[in-house]
Ligand binder design. Sequence first.
Ligand SMILES: Nc1ncnc2c1ncn2[C@@H]1O[C@H](COP(=O)(O)OP(=O)(O)OP(=O)(O)O)[C@@H](O)[C@H]1O
Ligand SMILES: [Mg+2]
Length: 439
Amino acid sequence: MKYFIKHPFKAIKALLPKSMFGRSLLILMAPLVLIETISAYVFFDNHWDHVTKALANNIAGDVATVIALYNQSPDEAKFYKYLAGNNLKLRTEFIPHGVIHTPLSDDLKDGFLNSALKKHVFTPYTFHIRGKEIVIEAKVEDGILEFATPFKRLYDKSFSLFMMWVALTSAVFLLIAALFMHNQVKPLRRLSIAADRFGKGRSFPSFKAEGAVEIRKVAQSFLDMKGRLHRQLTQRTEMLAGVSHDLRTPLTRMQLQLAMMTPSAETEGLQKDVDEMNNMLEGYLTFARGEGLEESRDTDMDHLLKDVINGRAQPEKVVHYKSTSLPTLSVKPQALKRCLMNLINNATRYGQEVWVHTFADKDHFIIKVEDNGPGIPEEKVHEVFKPFFRLDPSRNQTTGGVGLGLTIARDIAQSHGGEIRLSSSSLRGGLEAALVLPY
Ligand SMILES: Nc1ncnc2c1ncn2[C@@H]1O[C@H](COP(=O)(O)OP(=O)(O)OP(=O)(O)O)[C@@H](O)[C@H]1O
Ligand SMILES: [Mg+2]
């Protein structure tokens, strides 16, 4: 309630439907209901008052007539009774020596019937409702006259009938509108599912662009974009395959020539360079190969993690991982293995011990790899993702590597709609690499 007073618009917004379908229906329904309420109120309230007043006057007039006739000649009471009962629907009874004791109740006092009776009947009177009848008692000379008339005489049914018809037809038309609206929103819903899956690197069933022109255009553009991206990806892979082929031949030739030369300090240096070029080429090829063309599959995460840990490059280093039942995620298993392998190999390479933990929240599945190595200084955290970037620029053989591991890992994470976060591990002192995957 407090929130409602503080942020009335936000509170109302929170109550309104979120989906396109709900909103469209509301836009359709709100004016309809409003117009009906206003017209019913303005027109019928007025009209109803009018009609009820006329009907009340009618009854009061009849009652007054019978009282006047009775007063004129009480001997003819039987005849009046017959007349009123038959022709006026006014059952009349004379109660000799009767007195009026029930006073008029407050809610009837303000009604139309009371003001009509006041105008026409000049003797003391009262009335009340008994079952489906209105009973009016009026004082005459030596007793009271009691009139009973059906309540229907005072009440006009057309109003409730009208309201019923309005509500019923509105409901029917609304149902038809909802059906049509549902069909309009369907292609949009399909598109949003496809876009979501595409963003997470998963396959989605192909669909035809259909629906309203605008939606059709968006869907077509989306399908075109998908095609373009796919083409680009294949082109990149093909081009790199071509380059590798072209570069490998001269490199092999160089290696052969080096082997035939008499060994010296120069040839040794050259040999190192050629080896390094070979390594870089291999690394680059790994980067370009496969991933993107692999299809997503439901994969057991615990299985995948155990596979990666068991296949690490340095089995002599300890990796702490407690196997538990983990969710099954739709991922590209080969690519994701390569990604995690890079993180774990980094951790074992730069640290002595490694800890692997998993977390899950509503939208994400997170795998954390921590080590007790030197870590990465905060200002370098973004740089290490760049291709061929290494913190140790000497290309030290013992720490190996060409500097593509994290580039590849991030590429794979992003192709799954996720990311890699690097920070320093507060518990272990080294690097903490977190792979965040969307569900
Ligand atoms: N766990 C870690 N602890 C400390 N430094 C790290 C860690 N992981 C990565 N780095 C630093 O980030 C740099 C980039 O890492 P990346 O994995 O991209 O390349 P690499 O490990 O050197 O080579 P490779 O291509 O074989 O993986 C590394 O050279 C290293 O300096
Ligand atoms: Mg690495």
